[in-house]
Write a protein that binds this ligand. Structure first.
Ligand SMILES: [Zn+2]
Length: 432
């Protein structure tokens, strides 16, 4: 009996390599916070989330109007019935005209699009690259797919939500435009890069893999404790691709190839595989043997670009970078609170009493971000963007160092700020 179960699990995972891919149903993961948090405060939070979802649904209808507006299909007249929306969307459209600038304020963009930053950004970038025409995509199916992806991010997560996905997508767009890379990319490379960025954390539960393993979550056993979250993000994306029928008009082997390559990109974001990718990247740069005429080498660079986009927060301008840092630490601390509540050992970085935001950020920058971005700088050289990112990185690290000296862990003030980020950063077009 035991053997047959193991074989079945193996079979399901291995069929992916044989070309028949397991797709997860939408909403197939039981919400951890709903299952174990029953306090009235949190029930209120759930109601708020539902209200927010309804609001988003309504704003999605407005988005359909907006997308026509952005494509110039609807004249923008003062007699429009959507005066307020048009005002906001006018500002959003203005921001989109500078979407390739590194200090693009995704928080502001999300507010201007009423929580639809991911859908709006993706539609815009698909238009910029003419991907809809190139792949003969059906606009209704595309909107349905992107709407599903955005909805399946959890807005109650302080960090792993649709705004993070939009932020990673915007960073990915900046990297795709790097002169070293841009001239070699095919429409399929660009399509995959943007799709993987948009969906790379979809349905993230707001806790990490060790938490899922120690609480014996069904996803941990489904994916045998390896790349659990990343596998779930990928398989959920495949499920949504199939449900929306976005690729149903393409030859079967092409859509299968797209699904597999999306998986390879999303799985590369597993932070446990950081060294593996970094060493290979460094080796290629030392040997100067990257040939971007080769599809396999371009795919590897797309993996690296997505990894950079995923962890680029410390390379942003301080006002934006600080907000992301507070958000990610808030998510860690919430996991730590859960672990404490259920008598589980508190995971590293998740103890608000001993792990301060500055200390977490300095470690993250030193061991994860700096080594990768130094190599990315070598690859893209000469690149004004890479230089700008490294400059921000060094300044931000220095800022966290002085904050660590100035504050004890109990002074950490991230929690309230993380929920309602303050301040807006101007769009300034001086940085690439
Ligand atoms: Zn991510």
């Amino acid at each position: 009996m035991f053997l047959s179960c193991v074989c079945e699990a193996d079979g399901r995972l291995n069929t992916g390599h044989a070309g028949v891919l397991l797709a997860e149903r939408r909403g197939s993961y039981p919400l951890i916070d709903l299952r174990i948090l029953k306090t009235s405060a949190q029930q209120g939070e759930v109601e708020t989330v539902t209200r927010r979802k309804v609001k988003r649904l309504l704003s999605f209808q407005r988005y359909c109007h907006a997308s026509r507006l952005l494509r110039g299909l609807v004249p923008h007249t003062p007699r429009s019935l959507h005066l307020l929306d048009d005002d906001y969307l006018g500002q959003a459209a203005h921001m989109l005209s500078k979407v390739g600038t590194w200090n693009f304020d995704i928080f502001l963009f999300d507010r201007l699009t009423n929580g639809n930053s991911l859908v709006t950004l993706m539609c815009h970038l698909f238009n910029v690259y003419d991907l809809i025409h190139h792949f003969q995509l059906d606009m209704v199916k595309l909107n349905r797919f992107l709407g599903m992806v955005q909805e399946d991010y959890h807005s109650q997560n302080p960090y792993h939500n649709a705004v993070h996905a939009a932020d990673v997508t915007q960073a990915m767009y900046c990297y795709l435009r790097e002169p070293k890379l841009a001239e070699h990319l095919s429409p399929l490379d660009i399509f995959l890069g943007l799709m993987a960025a948009a969906a790379h954390d979809v349905d993230h539960p707001g806790v990490n893999q060790p938490f899922l393993i120690k609480t014996r979550h069904h996803l941990a056993s489904l994916y045998q404790n390896t790349s659990v979250l990343e596998s779930h993000h990928w398989r959920s994306t495949v499920g949504m691709l199939r449900e929306s029928g976005l690729l149903s008009h393409l030859p079967a082997d092409m859509s299968r190839d797209i699904e597999q390559r999306l998986g390879s990109l999303i799985l590369a974001t597993d932070i446990n595989r950081q060294n593996e990718f970094l060493m290979t990247f460094r080796e290629h740069l030392d040997n100067q043997d990257l040939d971007l005429q080769l599809a396999s080498h371009r795919h590897f660079i797309l993996q690296i670009a997505l990894k950079c986009a995923d962890i680029c927060n410390p390379c942003r301008v301080w006002e934006l970078s600080r907000q992301w840092s507070e958000r990610v630490c808030e998510e860690f601390y919430r996991q730590g609170d859960l672990e404490k509540k259920f008598d589980l050992e508190i995971s590293p970085l998740c103890n608000q009493q001993s792990d301060s935001v500055p200390a977490i950020q300095i470690g993250f920058i030193s061991y994860i971000v700096e080594p990768l971005f130094e190599e990315w700088h070598r690859f893209t050289e000469p690149s004004l963007l890479s230089q700008t990112m490294l400059d921000h990185l060094h300044k931000n690290k220095a800022n966290w160092s002085s904050l660590r000296c100035a504050h004890t862990p109990s002074d950490v003030q991230g929690r309230s700020q993380a929920e309602e980020p303050e301040g807006e950063v101007g769009e300034g077009a001086d940085i690439p």
